[in-house]
Design a protein around this ligand. Structure first.
Ligand code: URA
Length: 209
C-alpha cells in the first residue's frame, strides 16, 4: 500500500472547500466533517478482507461475502479526532472505539498525553487512528507509538488535511502506517498551523478559540 493516499473524490473536495471557509459556522463545519468522514471511510476500508458465509435469500441459498477477522478498532486522537469518529461509526457501527488524549504544548509543539483507553486485542485488529489535522506530525507519531505499545501492528492513519512536514515525519517514524488524507496542503506556518489549512479544527468544530 502507498504511504500516502489522497482521497480526491469530488464530494470530499467540495465539502473540504466549504470547511476551509472562515465564514463557515461551527454547526455547519461539524455537519460537513461528519459527511466527509463517511466518504473517507469508503476509501480507507476499500481493501478490507472478506470471507463468505452461507445465507438463505428468499429465493435460494448462496455463499455471500462478509467482512473477515475481528472488528476493527477506531482510535480518536482527542479532541479533534472525535469529529471524524462519528461519521466513521455511522458506516462501521460495530467498530470498537478507543481514545488517545494529547494536547500540543503551544511553545514546543510537543504532544503531552493526558488520556489513553483502547479496545482489547489490538494485535488482532485493523486499527484506524483519526485526527483531522496532520500538521507537525508530533501528535500522530506519539499516538501511533502508544497504540503500538498497546499491541497494534496493523495501523492506518486517517486525517482530513496533511502538511508535507507531517507526512514526512510519519513516514520516518512509522513507515508501516499508511496515511489517508483529503488534501496535502502547502506547508506549516511558524505556529505549526497548516497553510492554507482551515484553522484549528477543534475550535472550528466546537466554537472555541
Ligand atoms: N491543528 C489544527 O487544528 N490546525 C492546524 O492547522 C494544525 C494543527
Amino acid at each position: 500500500m502507498e504511504h500516502l493516499t489522497i482521497i480526491d473524490h469530488p464530494l470530499v473536495q467540495h465539502k473540504l472547500t466549504l470547511m476551509r471557509r472562515k465564514e463557515t459556522p461551527s454547526a455547519t463545519f461539524r455537519q460537513l466533517l461528519w459527511e466527509t468522514s463517511m466518504l473517507l471511510t469508503y476509501e480507507i476500508t476499500r481493501d478490507l478482507p472478506l470471507t463468505t458465509m452461507n445465507v438463505d435469500t428468499p429465493i435460494c441459498p448462496m455463499m455471500a461475502p462478509i467482512l473477515d477477522g475481528k472488528k476493527l478498532a477506531l482510535v480518536s486522537i482527542l479532541r479533534a479526532g472525535n469529529g471524524l469518529r462519528d461519521g466513521i461509526l455511522e458506516v462501521i457501527p460495530a467498530a470498537r472505539v478507543g481514545f488517545v488524549g494529547l494536547y500540543r504544548d503551544e511553545k514546543t509543539l510537543e504532544p503531552i498525553e493526558y488520556y489513553c483507553k483502547v479496545p482489547p486485542e489490538l494485535d488482532h485488529r485493523l486499527v484506524i487512528a483519526v485526527d483531522p489535522m496532520l500538521a507537525t506530525g508530533n501528535s500522530s507519531v506519539a499516538a501511533i507509538n502508544r497504540l503500538k505499545e498497546a499491541g497494534a501492528n496493523d495501523l492506518r492513519m486517517l486525517c482530513l488535511l496533511a502538511s508535507p512536514e507531517g507526512v514526512e515525519r510519519m513516514k520516518d517514524a512509522h513507515p508501516d502506517v499508511p496515511v489517508f488524507t483529503a488534501a496535502l496542503d502547502e506547508k506549516l506556518d511558524e505556529r505549526g498551523y497548516i497553510v492554507p489549512g482551515l484553522g484549528d479544527a477543534g475550535d472550528r468544530m466546537f466554537g472555541t478559540t
